[in-house]
Design a binder for this molecule. Structure first.
Ligand SMILES: NC(=O)c1ccc[n+]([C@@H]2O[C@H](COP(=O)([O-])OP(=O)(O)OC[C@H]3O[C@@H](n4cnc5c(N)ncnc54)[C@H](O)[C@@H]3O)[C@@H](O)[C@H]2O)c1
Length: 485
């Protein structure tokens, strides 16, 4: 099937490459010409495991192409994905300017050769499906007006009177991929959600996703060795019993499913963090508490890890956007307000623990283990590391950092942040009064603590993700502090 994906970010590029891998002819469009040129040369603009190999194999087989020209790509395609960014504005409401621009451009590019399905994959507030449809219609009208002026000038305007308009249908297809495991999440999803009441659009989307729904494709070899990269590994059942739910619902419900999913996941983490604070006061261990409650199937074990809280490009932005959407209906959402408040408090927990151990932070050297908001990505959007680093620097500490992939990205994106970047853990630990584990990269779990203890000024590690072995650290003579225990 001819598919166009607009936006070559985390979602657009992964979606485009996966659909190409499944046998479609995909054109990925982006306004960022430098990004498109780099992609044409095989350079991936961000770190995502396996993506370089997937893009290379699909471009080599001519299933995947890149362009900055939206109109020809839209004209050629049956399905057009909108996968542009929807970042937060200062007040918490989403900035929909990228979606607005794309919808209008799609409108002016559409022709009458065939019916198209326009798919909202960007996370957008309730009602955006109808709004995108309006913008596409306006885009078509402005083109028609533009055309008619030209044609009137050449006395042919009467031909436009009965002009046939392009036919299209807008559907919502929210994206649930996680950075760091985006390809496996796309090929082996827990569910595919389609919001539409148009039978043509629903059956086209089903046809497009058929290889995933049936799991009839060959598993990409480059994912082997990464955890949970086959359907059976992820779902614990055999390939014969595969049944990926294809959820067909109305547009508005699909839009809300995305926000509700992220809000619930953020809430689960904030709940674990709030309980962690009480565990510390009462002398309990949050790791035991979440194990005990997670075994209850109604609760489940995932997303209950206490730590320094959630970050990234989606949770904070989407929870805020949901609260702001609800305000339009004069409907307060106190549970979600608290989810954010608990998370903000949690980011500063490490500072409090540092003060308990070191008393004075002014003039201290503190090392941050990790910068990206989670492992296996170099994404720094709303990363807790930035909040912690800014806070420590403001308090007069000298802050060093080492991240296996994000040092360069951080230096480029945060030129004002006075961080000293280190090439490895040993360089980071040298002369530090304390190390803070901020991102749970595997490399940190397997560190040589004896060597690290030798070079630190005072051997203190605060584990912001509860992933280190307290026993190993104590054996190396390092004081260990975790969260909630
Ligand atoms: N990143 C995630 O993990 C994730 C997961 C699920 C859903 N989402 C949602 O998906 C959407 C995209 O997120 P992302 O992280 O991929 O964003 P991103 O910022 O990484 O990428 C967006 C891309 O769109 C391009 N773009 C902007 N305006 C354009 C235009 N007019 N025409 C063509 N291209 C244009 C940008 O240049 C950029 O490359 C957001 O709504 C986000 O909330 C993201």
């Amino acid at each position: 099937m001819d598919v166009c994906v607009i936006g070559a970010g985390y979602v657009g590029l992964v979606t485009g490459a996966c659909l190409a891998y499944l046998g479609n002819k995909v054109i990925v469009v982006d306004v960022n010409v430098a990004r498109i040129n780099e992609l044409k040369q095989g350079k991936i603009p961000f770190f995502e495991p396996g993506l370089a190999q997937l893009v290379e194999s699909t471009t080599n087989s001519h299933s995947l192409e890149f362009t900055e020209n939206l109109a020809p790509a839209v004209k050629k395609s049956k399905v057009i994905f909108i996968a542009v960014g929807t970042p937060s504005l200062a007040g918490g409401e989403p900035d929909l300017s990228q979606v607005t621009a794309v919808a209008s451009e799609i409108g002016s590019a559409l022709d009458t050769t065939h019916k198209r399905v326009v798919v909202n994959k960007s996370t957008v507030p309730v009602g955006s499906g109808n709004w995108v449809e309006m913008l596409i219609n306006q885009g078509m009208t402005s083109k028609k007006e533009h055309k008619s002026l030209a044609v009137v000038a050449s006395r042919m305007s009467e031909k436009l009177e009965g002009e046939e308009l392009p036919i299209f249908s807008v559907v919502s297809n929210p994206e649930f991929l996680r950075e760091g495991s985006a390809i496996a999440d796309s090929l082996y999803p827990d569910r595919i959600v389609i919001g539409s009441s148009d039978d043509f659009a629903i059956s086209l989307m089903k046809e497009l996703y058929q290889p995933i729904l049936k799991q009839s494709f060959k598993a990409p070899s480059f994912l082997q060795g990464q955890p949970e990269t086959t359907y059976s590994e992820r779902n614990g059942n055999s390939a014969e019993s595969i049944k990926i739910p294809f959820v067909i619902t109305d547009l508005t419900s699909a839009e809300l499913i995305k926000y509700a999913a992220n809000a619930f996941l953020a809430l689960k983490i904030s709940f674990a963090n709030e309980m962690a604070g009480l565990c510390e006061k009462a002398g309990a261990d949050i790791r035991e508490v979440v194990k005990g409650i997670g075994l209850d199937k109604r609760i489940g074990q995932y997303f209950l890890n206490a730590g320094i809280g959630w970050g990234g490009s989606c949770f904070g932005k989407d929870v805020r956007a949901l609260i702001e959407s609800a305000k339009e209906y004069n409907y307060p959402m106190p549970l979600l307000e608290s989810t954010i408040a608990v998370n903000e408090r949690q980011r500063k927990v490490l500072i409090g623990k540092l003060q308990e151990e070191l008393k004075i932070l002014k003039g201290r050297t503190i090392g941050l283990m990790g910068l990206s908001f989670k492992p296996n990505t170099d994404d720094l959007r709303d990363a807790p590391s930035l909040t912690i680093a800014n806070h420590l620097i403001k308090m007069g500490a000298f802050v060093k950092a080492y991240d296996p992939v994000s040092n360069g990205v951080c230096a480029e994106q945060q030129p004002e942040l006075n961080l000293t970047y280190c090439k490895d853990l040993i360089e980071l630990a040298k002369n530090c009064d304390a190390l803070l584990l901020v991102t749970e990269w595997d490399e940190f779990k397997q560190a040589n603590w004896q060597e690290i203890a030798k070079v630190m000024r005072s051997p203190l590690i605060i584990d912001g993700r509860n992933v280190l072995s307290e026993k190993d650290l104590l054996l190396a003579g390092i004081t260990y502090r975790g969260i909630g225990h």
